[in-house]
Design a protein around this ligand. Structure first.
Ligand code: PEP
Length: 251
């Protein structure tokens, strides 16, 4: 049985005060919902304060990106040790905005995944096709490529720390959601790739999140699907009531 996992990606939104306020409201509203993992991923500047704000609660802290080198002259970048020092346990890697706005390629994402694992940070590897790729019928090819390249040289023993997020790019921040059936189909395909790479037992344990305009109104039907183990939530994670409702999905 895979534990449901709801992660909020705050992207480049909120400030120190509004981030702390939101984090406290989530921690308070969450109560002892110990049957699901809850993660918030604020921008780098807010990480330390948000971590302090949720201390003692079940809310986990993650980052939205990191560099693959330990340290060095990389102006504007953030290292794994820096993230660990502000209580991060997760890091989102290969988000579509990193891939398509900042032109990050699979080999770079793979280096980040490997380095995160080496440092005991749990990576959330994001994959997903563009609208034109979906319309051309190449969703599976694109997703297979991204999963296989992202996990290159990741050993079996590390897979317990890896989460995959399927986020069709056309559904992110657009209000369009893949139908639960479509999303579940791609998740099942991703699970079959993990099975090919690592065997069935590991594939059955790997959590695959759906991302793309998840909100209170659609989370229940998405989470009812057998291969959807959680959600990576952008817009709806920026407001306590909507994020708490997503966290408390009913299926
Ligand atoms: C995201 O940021 O990963 C995301 C899925 O955003 P939204 O929920 O706003 O579509």
């Amino acid at each position: 049985m895979r534990k449901p996992f709801i992660a909020g990606n705050w992207k480049m939104f909120l400030t120190r005060s509004t981030g702390i306020e939101l984090a406290k409201a989530i921690a308070h509203g969450l109560g002892d919902a110990g049957d699901r993992d809850v993660l918030v991923c604020p921008s780098f500047a807010l990480l330390g304060d948000v971590a302090d704000a949720v201390k003692g609660s079940n809310v986990l802290i993650g980052a939205q990106n990191m560099h693959f080198e330990n340290e060095g002259a990389f102006t504007g970048e953030v290292s794994a040790d820096m993230l660990l020092s502000v209580s991060c346990s997760y890091v989102i890697l290969g988000h579509s905005e990193r891939r398509h706005v900042f032109h990050e390629k699979d080999p770079t994402i793979n280096k980040k995944i490997l380095f995160a694992l080496k440092k005991n940070l749990k990576p959330i590897l994001c994959v997903g096709e563009l609208l034109e790729e979906r319309e051309a019928g190449s969703t599976e090819t694109v997703v297979k490529d991204q999963v296989t390249s992202g996990l290159r040289e990741v050993g079996k023993d590390s897979m317990g720390s890896v989460t995959i997020a399927y986020e069709p790019v056309w559904a992110i921040g657009t209000g369009k959601t893949a139908t639960p059936e479509d999303a579940d189909g791609v998740h099942s395909f991703i699970r079959s790739i993990i099975s090919e790479l690592y065997g069935r037992e590991i594939s059955e344990k790997t959590r695959i999140l759906y991302g793309g305009s998840v909100k209170p109104g659609n989370v229940d039907e998405l989470m009812a699907k057998g291969n959807i183990d959680g959600a990576l939530v952008g817009g709806a994670s920026l407001e306590a009531d909507s994020f708490l409702r997503v966290i408390k999905f009913e299926s």
